[in-house]
Design a protein around this ligand. Structure first.
Ligand code: NAP
Length: 249
């Protein structure tokens, strides 16, 4: 169904993004694996590309810091040249810098808003030209349950994710006439590096709030993203799918 489409998944060298990239590639999508070129991330991105290729899919890795317009513009140029114009954008790159508001530095606020919210805006803007030309596009923003519920210690993160929901609705309204659908997926508490660092006591307290009683897996989020990227969801735009095991309703 998605054969031959081109997707860009940001922050796809690890966690949820990596699984989304694998699932899209399994459906015949050519996937641009975005990563930020620091530390061992390049190796992780190349490993993601290798596992997709080993399964018979098509992928290539592209470095960019999503919070830098210059960096994203250069990446989109490379993707256009190597794979073609992006049909599916998954704004997945994100980070946390948790602490209570009274201790939170302005730099911690800005860093999280820059990557999680400004990054999605920059990437959306960067792929629009191509999508408008082909009068087709699917954009999926990875929000979070805490953008709806709030969470003590995550003022910056929850604000960025609530902002993503506003960005999703506004871009859906602006772009619908061009055949571009924009939706969000709001994961709950998912087993990845982002949650691995939390102490066991915090994980147990979170589990107690989840109706289904367990953490979600990256696959649970990726399945919702694939649905929103596919034709099966063509009459859905400006919406959010909650993937949280009943943690928040
Ligand atoms: P993850 O493994 O840390 O994935 C986030 C990815 O984004 C990492 O590969 C990270 O690279 C990349 N990234 C960070 N800053 C970037 C930048 N400036 N430019 C490009 N890439 C950048 O965590 P995850 O759990 O899979 O998170 C994926 C998304 O799901 C995030 O948006 C997160 O907020 C959201 N989410 C996760 C959960 C959860 O429970 N895990 C719940 C709700 C929402 P580095 O490794 O270099 O930082």
């Amino acid at each position: 169904m998605l054969d031959g489409k081109i997707a860009l998944v940001t922050g796809a060298s690890s966690g949820i993004g990596r699984v989304i990239a694998n699932k899209l590639a399994g459906l015949g999508v050519k996937v641009a694996i975005n990563y930020i070129d620091i530390g061992d991330i390049k190796a992780d991105a190349e490993a993601t590309v290798a596992e997709i290729k080993a399964a018979g899919g098509e992928a290539a890795a592209f470095a960019a810091d999503v919070s830098s317009e210059e960096s994203v513009t250069a990446m989109i140029k490379e993707i256009n040249a190597e794979l073609g114009p992006v049909d599916i954008l998954v704004n997945n790159a994100g980070l946390t810098q948790d602490t209570l508001i009274m201790r939170m530095k302005v730099e911690q606020w800005e860093k999280v808003l820059d990557v999680n919210l400004k990054g999605a805006f920059i990437c959306t803007k960067a792929v629009l030209k191509g999508m408008m030309k082909s009068r087709y596009g699917k954009i999926v923003n990875i929000a979070s349950v805490v953008g709806f519920s709030g969470n003590a210690g995550q003022a910056n993160y929850s604000a960025s994710k609530a902002g993503l929901v506003g960005l999703t609705k506004t871009s859906a309204q602006e772009l619908a006439s061009r055949g571009i659908r924009v939706n969000a997926v709001a994961p709950g508490f998912i087993r990845t590096a982002m949650t691995e660092v939390l102490p066991e006591t915090v994980i147990d307290a979170m589990k107690a709030k989840i109706s289904l009683g367990t953490l979600g897996e990256p696959e649970d989020v990726a399945d919702a993203v694939v649905f929103l990227a596919s034709h099966e969801s063509d009459y859905i735009t400006g919406n959010t799918i909650h993937v949280n095991g009943g943690m928040y309703m």
